[in-house]
Design a protein around this ligand. Structure first.
Ligand SMILES: [Zn+2]
Length: 446
């Protein structure tokens, strides 16, 4: 009898230990079923925009007493994993774009397919088009670059720009707007634009405003100033001139061009947040996030007019640079206003140094970064290296650190507002996004 009692006590004890050592999975209250249907879907992708990119930018805006980033206050957001199918775990934009666009993981560098089996995936943009939605793909970088390409191309390598642009011409999407096309040379660029024309696209190389004559039923490729430059991208916000057409202007145009009774799907990418972060260029990165948010605000204006029919999603394909809020030189202090001393991107400053060797590096640094650095500061005479040291010095004094010139595997955030936005919460993977859009719109693959 005593043995039996001890046995039961033992079992009880074991079960208790089991209960406390395996913490129960937290049940998140299921979102209420939504009776509304989203007709207008905006998917904004900040390339490389991790949580710290967002938070540093928001603090910078607060210091300037300017409104916070619009999307930071969206009612729903989710912790979003970004890993790719390869064992490397850290994704590039092609695999991450594919995961977001199609809901399927692939290897880094691959677009819209599995490289081994050749299986091709269908993107949300293609599904939207099959269902009679108008589709617009917008980006601040070239339209056959990885992120926009993930919505229409099926190619084993992201560097196959010619084949990707040929997939674009066949996509039948209504609008491509923003950057130009990557091509190996001018001849290939001419061929690619002609191929778009053959496939029924009208092409505009100059700034256009939406008007009634611009028949929305005809497909359009719109990029200001890209006709002679392979890989034309919109200049960084920090380098922009008054005459440059910005991402927010393209989004504004896109809304007018795509609006129709059935609905539309628009993907808009802030592609150069990633580029600035690869350069570890803090001021340029912060200003790119601000530029990206101006584009999101255009969608929010539209949402205010159609709150029961619109879904806006803001996400990132991965984190770039391992940027940190705080840096060892500054300890617990930050001074993000220091970033205002920088007058141009590191990229443009490198070019300036290359073109103006005779003007003296110290003078150029003083004029464009308001920095007086010790005479022996530069360890190299290479313009790229000098430029890099200058931005590094400024970042440190602002309290911004970087851990890599590559991507990281840190999760990103996905923000959502509008019809179906309540699905974006808790811990999600980037492959869930397409499913949530389909739930919100009832769009089905045909
Ligand atoms: Zn990148």
């Amino acid at each position: 009898m005593k043995t039996k009692k001890t046995f039961f006590l033992f079992i009880f004890f074991i079960s208790f230990i089991g209960l406390i050592s395996f913490s129960p999975k937290v049940e998140i209250e299921k979102p209420k079923p939504n009776k509304l249907k989203a007709k207008y879907v905006f998917l904004f992708i900040g390339d490389g925009m991790g949580m710290a990119h967002i938070y540093i930018t928001n603090e910078y805006l607060k210091l300037h007493k300017q409104p916070q980033l619009s999307f930071i206050n969206f009612p729903y957001y989710a912790f979003t994993t970004t890993f790719c199918a390869d064992s490397m775990r850290i994704t590039d934009s092609a695999a991450a774009g594919t995961a977001i666009a199609t809901g399927s993981k692939t290897n880094s560098g691959v677009l819209g397919m599995l490289p081994k089996t050749g299986e091709k995936f269908t993107s949300i943009a293609e599904i939207a088009k099959q269902n009679g939605f108008k589709v617009g793909i917008l980006s601040s970088v070239g339209m056959n670059h990885a992120t926009p390409a993930a919505f229409y191309a099926k190619q084993p390598k992201r560097s196959m720009y010619k084949e990707i642009a040929e997939d674009m011409a066949r996509s039948n999407f209504d609008l491509f707007a923003g950057g130009g096309l990557y091509a190996k040379d001018k001849n290939e660029l001419n061929y690619l634009f002609n191929n778009l024309k053959t496939n029924g696209y009208r092409i505009f190389f100059n700034e256009i405003t939406f008007n009634k004559e611009l028949d929305s039923d005809k497909k359009l490729f719109y990029t200001a100033n890209a006709d002679t430059i392979p890989g034309f991208a919109i200049p960084y916000r920090i380098d922009q001139k008054e005459s440059d057409v910005t991402l927010s202007e393209y989004v504004d145009f896109g809304i007018q061009f795509l609006e129709n009774e059935t609905g539309f799907f628009m993907m808009a990418e802030g592609g150069k947040i990633d580029w600035a972060a690869h350069d570890n260029d803090g001021a340029t990165t912060v200003k790119e996030v601000i530029d990206f948010d101006l584009a999101v605000k255009k969608a929010l204006d539209f949402y205010q007019k159609h709150p029961n029919e619109t879904l806006i999603i803001v996400t990132a394909d991965h984190e770039t640079g391992g940027i940190t809020f705080g840096q060892d030189q500054m300890g617990y202090k930050t001074n993000f206003l220091k970033l205002d001393q920088q007058k141009m991107s590191e990229e443009v400053f490198t070019k300036l140094l290359t073109d103006n060797k005779s003007n003296g590096v110290y003078q150029l640094v003083n004029t464009n970064f308001e920095l007086k650095l010790p005479e022996n500061f530069y360890k190299s005479t290479d313009p790229k290296s000098i430029s890099n040291q200058v931005t590094d010095s400024l970042n440190r004094s602002a309290g911004i650190g970087w851990t890599t010139g590559s991507h990281t595997g840190s999760p990103v955030l996905t923000f959502a507002i509008g019809v179906g936005s309540e699905q974006f919460r808790g811990n999600i993977d980037n492959t869930d996004i397409i499913r949530f859009i389909q739930n919100a719109t009832l769009l089905k693959k045909k």
